[in-house]
Design a protein around this ligand. Structure first.
Ligand code: F6P
Length: 534
């Protein structure tokens, strides 16, 4: 890592020095030293409340991080993104997911070309389709797609589905045949719609599963089955070549990145299964966050501040891992969604000009729903050797179920954030053990094990209800956070060349497993292939 833009060098040095200084103080102490800390580090945007005061930065450090954002020309980069300029230079494309959720009649342009009318027309087609399907005999949808063609819709369905849906929605992403077999199991082909989603329509997994699902439909329904096969793609000609009738293909555009595509026709299955009104509300929530991101000053801009908090941990304090813990079972897929969004977008080691980056980029993301995670990986968060910053999310009102249980859930979310930061001093543990009459040698052995170092940072994101608007706002918050980080790191957040090599080699290995001649491999790989062939 050695490339450093002269323009931002001083600001980066200041941020790194701030990180070094932060190691020698405790987060908790900053509250006493900074009377307006809570006011400056809590904010609301598009129905979400953010508390970034349990992060390790002081208010002066925040100012240093904001200076870095200014020195990185974040304002200009944001304007270029929203203006539809070619921000994805390695693929020569704009990144205009905001156009997909703008209210009808907007005027977005992709590299100068108007696109909003086409977006509105596709949305109208989706609406008509959703209403038609919901009025007919279809009782289940099997959504086939992977990565960006799967994770967003899967999360939305899980987050918003009714307890007894009129139309059931199931997903199959993996080329592991077990997943599709499970998705189809128990369904009546006569009442099932298969929606095949692939931006490129070349991804190995999706046509493989689509073939199997089509055969399943045809075995029961004969040629009429194809009326129940729908495709969504930015390569509609390939979808048609696969055999989906043209009027059952929903298009989107190459200026929509796969992991930013749930707002397009990629969300069709959800629009049908949840009803189009819910889908429109999801879009409206994301649009509200877009408006906030576009107009709020940097120092009160939620995606900007969240990005700066993460960058302070990643680059100021050298923390390579982040946890995401939604205290909402319905958001349990959020960590998986963010893994693709953050790690595929910003897991880059060279900048947009091919030069080695000057600073560590995306942290690895993991997580699970709270409270479940408390009984799995929180031990390490509290007492492990590495400090892992956590994003904690909570929803004030229960979506379903017992409100008393919801209060217990919320208590845990708040308590964990407090415990991570405050910890429990060894002296206190010692006093407690002594009061119980334990011998000194036992206290010496036990007290360090039962003490909590604390000073472990978290962000807290609170919403009143888990409704479509707030979910849309939440996902847009993270999308823009990822963009801001990419700008500061000087990388292209919208390509993903790192996934290509594995795909190419898998094609070669497959040819060998299917009986082709052996290729050149390292000894370990060659041995594995031989083993699988016998
Ligand atoms: O994993 C690589 C990737 O290209 C992702 O970026 C993308 O979301 C996924 O595969 C699926 O791609 P497609 O929608 O083209 O099938």
């Amino acid at each position: 890592m050695n490339h450093r833009l002269p323009k931002t060098a001083a600001a980066w040095s200041r941020l790194e020095a701030a990180g070094t200084a932060a190691r020698d103080r405790r987060i908790e102490a900053l509250f006493a030293a900074e009377p307006d800390r809570l006011a400056r580090l809590t904010l609301s945007a598009a129905g979400l409340d953010l508390d970034l005061s349990k992060q390790p930065w002081s208010l002066a450090d925040l100012d240093a991080a904001l200076d870095l954002a200014r020195a990185s020309d974040l304002d200009a980069a944001r304007a270029a993104l929203l203006a539809g300029e070619i921000v994805n230079r390695s693929e020569e494309r704009p990144a205009l997911h905001m156009a997909l959720r703008a209210p009808p009649g907007a005027d977005f342009r992709a590299a100068g070309q108007p696109i909003s009318a086409e977006v509105d027309a596709t949305r109208a087609r989706m609406k008509a389709f959703a209403e038609q399907v919901r009025a007919g005999p279809i009782r289940a949808i099997v959504h086939i797609g992977i990565g960006g063609s799967d994770l967003g819709p899967r999360l939305i369905w899980e987050a918003l589905k009714p307890l007894s849906p009129r139309v059931e929605l199931r997903f199959a992403a993996n080329v592991d045949p077990a997943e599709l077999a499970q998705a189809l199991s128990g369904l009546d082909p006569a009442e099932t719609l298969v929606v095949v989603v692939s931006k490129t329509f070349t991804t190995l997994e999706t046509p493989t599963n689509a073939e199997t699902a089509r055969a399943w439909l045809r075995a029961a329904l004969g040629p009429a089955a194809d009326a129940q096969l729908v495709a969504v793609s930015a390569a509609p000609d390939r979808a048609q070549a696969f055999g989906v009738p043209a009027d059952q293909v929903f298009a989107f555009w190459d200026w929509v990145g796969g992991r930013y595509s749930l707002w397009s026709a990629v969300g069709l299955s959800c629009a049908v299964a949840l009803g189009f009104e819910a889908f429109e509300r999801l879009l409206a929530g994301a649009a509200a966050m877009d408006a906030h991101f576009a107009s709020a000053p940097l120092e009160t801009n939620a995606p900007v501040l969240l990005a700066l908090a993460h960058i302070f941990n990643r680059d100021g304090l050298g923390r390579p891992i982040r946890a995401v813990v939604p205290y909402a079972q319905r958001l349990r897929l959020l960590p998986a969604f963010l893994q693709q969004l953050e790690m595929e977008s910003n897991g880059k080691r060279v900048d947009a000009f091919g030069r080695p980056v000057a600073h560590p980029t995306a942290a690895a993301v993991f997580g699970d729903a709270g409270t479940n995670g408390q009984h799995a990986f929180f031990q390490l968060l509290h007492q492990g050797t590495d400090i892992i910053p956590v994003d904690i999310l909570a929803v004030r009102q229960a979506t379903d179920g017992d409100p008393a249980a919801q209060t217990k859930l919320l208590a845990n979310a708040v308590a964990q954030a407090e415990a991570l930061m405050v910890g429990r001093a060894e002296a206190e543990v010692r006093a407690e053990l002594a009061a119980k009459g334990l011998p000194a040698a036992e206290i010496d052995a036990l007290a360090p094990q039962r003490a909590f170092p604390g000073d472990r940072p978290s962000s807290f994101i609170l919403m009143d209800r888990l409704d479509p608007e707030r979910l849309g706002a939440l996902l847009a918050l993270y999308e823009h956070k990822v963009f801001v980080e990419g700008v500061l790191w000087g990388i292209n957040s919208f390509d993903q060349w790192g996934v290509e090599l594995g795909k190419t080699l898998a094609t070669r290995v497959l040819a060998e497993l299917e009986g082709g001649p052996p290729g050149a491999h390292d000894p370990s790989t060659a041995a594995l292939i031989r083993k699988l062939k016998t």
